[in-house]
Design a protein around this ligand. Structure first.
Ligand SMILES: NCc1[nH]cc(CCC(=O)O)c1CC(=O)O
Length: 303
């Protein structure tokens, strides 16, 4: 196909976002036999990137990563947007559709600063701004304290090196894509379940732009797409947002696993369904909420 203008790919401008954008551009060029100029990368600064000094939950949650890109998409400034699916809210604007996902990377978190969670020094200070990671850590190690840690991967590693914390947790996927796969140790999935959609890169287009959607369909990884859709259905059924300490993982062979925690990690409930379809996700969410002690249930009171 001959394109008279380049396809405009919108992305955040962080180093990780740009790597992921380039992965998508390369996949499209390969799938369609396009040359270098066929896809133009358009970095868009988001509120989440601008405001680095306050917790995300305080300035408005996950929408901060997508709002400006949504606008660019709806205004026709870009043809499609590339996101870490972990950072995309469960409820999306009607006019925007998640069209494709790249093959998922390692879904685990990596611990940097100790050999394992058990091996963390007594009362270690852990740098993380993720409510899920904080609650999971405190559940496993009630003695540790949590230090807020925002910023991109390099910023967080620098804060750790500067002694602002004794250890931190980062997604293996991000470290891999930034070509630092060996930093720290992978935490086994039976010790720590990842965030819903962790490790998945997704692509959104306008719901009415069937031409762009057809081009993107060529690079959609069906298995990743299905598993991430199930994890997102689980979040949606919980009425969860970024304030909610929730973990989930769906795999084609292993079904769906989910975990809800109280913010302080004192309580958690976990469950498993052998099927990884969205109906099982909604059912597991309801079952977990039914099991949950008040300290967890109140976090989902708004649903
Ligand atoms: N919330 C930030 C964010 N969004 C996606 C990733 C990593 C890549 C991924 O999980 O797909 C990260 C960094 C991290 O959690 O370590």
């Amino acid at each position: 196909m001959i394109r008279t203008r380049p396809l405009r790919l919108g992305t955040r401008g962080s180093p990780l976002a740009l790597v992921q954008a380039n992965m998508v551009a390369a996949a499209l060029r390969t799938a369609h036999g396009w040359d270098e100029s066929a896809v133009e990368i358009v970095p868009v600064k988001t509120t989440g990137d601008r405001v680095q000094d306050r917790p995300l939950a305080e300035i408005g949650g996950k929408a901060l990563w997508t709002k400006e890109l949504d606008r660019a998409l709806l205004d026709g400034d870009i043809h499609f947007a590339v996101h870490s699916m972990k950072d995309v809210e469960t409820i999306r604007p009607e006019a925007i559709r998640i069209v494709a996902m790249l093959p998922r990377a390692d879904v685990r978190d990596r611990l940097i600063g100790a050999e394992s969670i058990t091996a963390l020094p007594h009362r270690a200070r852990i740098g993380t701004s993720s409510p899920r990671r904080a609650a999971q850590l405190r559940h496993l190690r009630p003695d540790v304290s949590i230090v807020p840690f925002r910023g991109n991967v390099d910023t967080r590693l620098r804060k750790l090196a500067d002694g602002e914390a004794d250890a931190t947790l980062l997604a293996a996927a991000g470290l891999e894509r930034l070509e630092r796969p060996d930093i720290g140790v992978a935490i086994p999935l039976d010790v720590m379940l990842p965030a819903p959609a962790q490790g998945a890169v997704g692509i959104e287009a306008r719901a009415d732009d069937s031409e762009t959607q057809a081009l993107l369909a060529a690079i959609d990884h069906g298995e990743t797409h299905a598993c991430v859709a199930t994890e997102r259905a689980f979040l949606a059924a919980l009425g969860a947002d970024c304030h909610s300490p929730v973990a989930a993982l769906a795999t084609t062979g292993g079904g769906l696993r989910g975990e809800l925690l109280s913010e302080d990690g004192a309580y958690h409930v976990t469950g498993h369904r052998t099927s990884a379809d969205p109906a099982a996700a909604a059912e597991l969410a309801d079952w977990l909420l039914g099991q949950a002690p008040p300290a967890i249930a109140r976090l989902f009171a708004g649903r």
